[in-house]
Write a protein that binds this ligand. Structure first.
Ligand code: HDE
Length: 713
């Protein structure tokens, strides 16, 4: 047989994967019901019985097929990252990266490479809540013309452990405790903190996990990090160490802990709903791909080991070069077929991307393939449509569970003469993958490199880089997580361990959890900080934010419509909330439709609140406990709040401590204080609107909580 080159020459574009999926999409609209054998079914509501009240008959093949299929509907959930949400999109390079890598999808800015991204939490079961405190997975499959490349990343740039052999231990410790399967999707329990204090290499990752990064506002507002050190290799064979970054164009933003916990009950699907709705509205999440590169010759020039996955490469030291952009623009047709069956593997690489000896990465290269075999039932998972590369597959692998390909011919071995020794290995020039020829020389030892043994200095760098509000959030997270631990010895050891990071931090932790503060001052000599680590310095834009407008009959129609139009114009989504669903009537007799009532939503689902004027509306709102609670909760969560005219009266009767409001004696006054924007007279509404939009874009207004700001002990 000839290797049919023309058949294999493929043109990749954004829609290539979508077209490929067309082969397996099934639309059952307006069709007659059939069995899986294609037999038309006359009744699917009554089983076949011997008499109307008699026993069901074995003969009922339709009943047995339907129930058997149902009984087998589930596959094992992922052992970690069980709860996830997948979306399609495409990636485009900004410029050719040929100087650094021969990976074709990074060469030509005109090529749109299709991608599939699965976001996930790590610890919880498939049915757990989205907003728990956890690391988020951010796994991307690039369907390139050279085969699939998987960038299996997290939203935190470091990991708990340094060697993959400890992975079962860390995961066992953080999962629900085995005797009673409690708690679900949470690190706040004894076994996890026992692991932490027994493994000081976890210190840096714990700082990130307990920071705001552990409770993202949205998948659309998270960074992604490849964590492990990889290699770029160019066409000349020159290699560089590389770390991968995703940077969201909406900035990096988080929830607050109280909000995250409440959302877990009120809307466990908060994150998946958020990205699903955004994509359906055409607000496509975008992330820039960045790389940090280190020359092979500079491998040992840093005060940390560049192969250690508990270390970042500080961006101020090794800048992130932005090399392209990913746009997520299509939701899945079917969750199971796509999101549940997608199989990622850091070993899915293309020429130009290679590995390092990072011991975590080396272990991952084994684990991901192994896990797919048990989860997806055999070695043919690459044939499941979402996993199929766009590049053609030719090899002598055959058979196995659920084989779909009908391989023709009698040759399934190599070398062979009967088929002119095809399919034959491709040379480097033909795109054959050649591993980077790293020189390795060593004794077989079960040991950790001495250069991996600095566990605290970067944890201190992280702490130093946090704003006062971020520091306070970390302390409160310790109070919750370690406060939930029962064993007093473990609690004390947490204090002692984090005294190595920072003495003030350890003292503050101790005070909240009933442990003894350290007697030595603690910490280390790191005084540096990295601005790139603080979310305070992230992109802040109002686009795609959700605003609740609280109104009742008699609301000021002109104000509300002007504000809604302006918000929409700024890419913000206003929604009217009222006691009852249906229509509410404004002060001019015109009506607007209510989006939600107080039972079907809550302030935690919005980024900001606006209370319009209208005497009757404001008076009704002031009588409603739900409304007052809504406003107070938004205030507590540091969200933007707007009020105009009589709406300001409602704010005045809420518990917005320490905030100055526009006064009714100065009707034209616009007041903007700590993210609360108020106006006495709607004639000046055009002044109010930009100020309110600006407050929304700030994400949160931490200055409201001065009493809670971190005060060194
Ligand atoms: Fe994973 N990891 N992991 N991991 N990981 C899995 O593979 C593993 C690690 C990450 O949406 C599993 O298909 C080992 C780091 C993501 O389907 C499993 C080690 C990072 C996902 C596995 C690590 C990740 C996984 C479970 C060494 C950040 C979800 C299901 C300690 C770079 C992918 C599966 C998806 C999933 C093993 C550490 C990211 C068991 C042995 C570091 C995003 O194979």
């Amino acid at each position: 047989m000839n290797n049919n080159q023309s058949q294999d020459n493929i043109m990749i574009n954004e829609d290539s994967k979508n077209w490929q999926l067309d082969d397996v999409r099934a639309d059952h609209n307006n069709q007659l019901l059939t069995t899986n054998q294609g037999l038309r079914v006359s009744n699917t509501d009554d089983s076949l019985k011997a008499g109307e009240r008699g026993p069901t008959l074995m003969e009922d093949f339709h009943f047995r097929e339907k129930l058997t299929h149902f009984d087998h509907e589930r596959i094992p959930e992922r052992v970690v990252h069980a709860r996830g949400f997948g979306v399609h999109g495409y990636f485009q390079a900004y410029e050719s990266m040929a100087e650094y890598t021969k990976a074709k999808f990074l060469q030509d800015p005109s090529i749109k490479t299709p991608v599939f991204v699965r976001f996930s939490t790590v610890v919880g079961s498939k049915g757990s809540a989205d907003t728990v405190r956890d690391v988020r997975g951010f796994a991307t499959k690039f369907y390139t013309e050279e085969g699939n490349y998987d960038l299996v990343a997290n939203n935190i740039p470091v990991f708990f452990i340094q060697d993959a052999i400890k992975f079962p231990d860390i995961v066992h410790s953080i999962k629900p405790e085995p005797h009673n399967e409690i708690p679900q999707a949470s690190a706040a329990h004894d076994t996890f903190w026992d692991f932490v204090v027994s493994n000081p290499e976890t210190a840096h990752m714990i700082m990130w996990l307990l920071s705001d990064r552990g409770i993202p506002r949205s998948f659309r507002m998270m960074e992604g990090f490849g964590v492990n050190t990889f290699r770029f290799v160019n066409a000349e064979g020159k290699a560089r160490f590389v770390k991968f970054h995703w940077k969201p164009l909406l900035g990096v933003h988080s929830l607050v802990w109280d909000e995250a916990q409440k959302l877990a009950g009120k809307d466990p699907d908060y994150h998946r709903r958020d990205i699903w709705n955004a994509i359906n509205r055409g607000e496509y999440p975008e992330y820039e791909l960045g790389v940090q590169m280190i020359d092979e010759k500079d491998e040992f020039n840093f005060d940390f080991d560049i192969l250690d996955p508990t270390k970042i490469w500080p961006e101020e030291l090794i800048p992130v070069k932005i090399i392209g952009k990913m746009t997520l623009n299509r939701n899945v047709d079917n969750f199971f077929a796509e999101t549940e069956q997608v199989a990622f593997h850091p070993g899915h690489v293309v020429p130009g991307i290679d590995f390092s000896n990072d011991p975590l990465l080396q272990g991952r290269l084994f684990s991901y393939l192994d896990t797919q075999l048990i989860r997806l039932g055999g070695p043919n998972f690459h044939e499941i449509p979402i996993n199929r590369p766009i590049a053609p597959i030719h090899n002598n692998q055959r058979d196995g569970y659920h084989r779909m390909t009908i391989d023709r011919g009698r040759v399934s071995y190599s070398p062979n003469a009967l088929q002119d020794n095809t399919p034959k290995p491709a040379s480097d020039q033909d795109g054959g993958y050649v591993h980077y020829e790293e020189k390795v020389d060593g004794r077989k030892v079960r040991q950790r490199s001495e250069s991996f043994k600095d566990f605290y200095r970067q944890a201190t760098l992280f702490w130093n880089s946090m704003s006062p509000a971020e520091k306070q959030h970390i302390i409160e997270a310790f109070h919750f997580e370690v406060g939930s631990v029962i064993d007093k010895n473990i609690k004390q050891r947490v204090v002692d361990m984090f005294n190595n990071v920072n003495g003030d931090l350890a003292t503050q932790i101790a005070m909240g959890i009933g442990a003894t503060p350290p007697n030595s001052s603690g910490g280390n000599d790191v005084t540096a900080f990295s601005p790139a680590l603080s979310q305070e310095n992230t992109i802040k834009v109002p686009q795609t934010r959700m605003v609740a407008i609280l109104a009742e009959n008699g609301f000021n129609y002109n104000e509300v419509t002007q504000v809604m139009d302006a918000l929409r114009g700024a890419g913000i989504h206003p929604e009217i909330i009222s006691k009852n669903l249906g229509m509410i009537t404004g002060d001019n007799g015109q009506q607007l439709e209510v989006g939600k009532n107080y039972l079907t939503t809550a302030s935690i689902k919005y980024d900001a609140v606006y209370i319009p004027g209208g005497r009757q509306s404001a008076d009704t709102l002031m009588m409603q406990g739900d409304t007052i609670h809504f406003v107070n909760e938004a205030f507590k969560h540091a969200k933007a709040i707007g009020g105009t005219n009589e709406g300001v009266d409602l704010l005045a009767s809420s518990a917005l401590q320490g905030v100055s409001l526009a006064s009714s004696s100065n009707q034209g006054q616009l007041m903007s204080d700590l993210g609360v924007v108020t106006l006495g007279n709607s004639a000046y509404i055009t002044n109010f609107i930009p100020e309110f939009i600006n407050a929304i874009g700030q994400h949160r207004h931490w200055g409201r909580q001065p009493k809670k700001e971190f005060v060194p002990a």
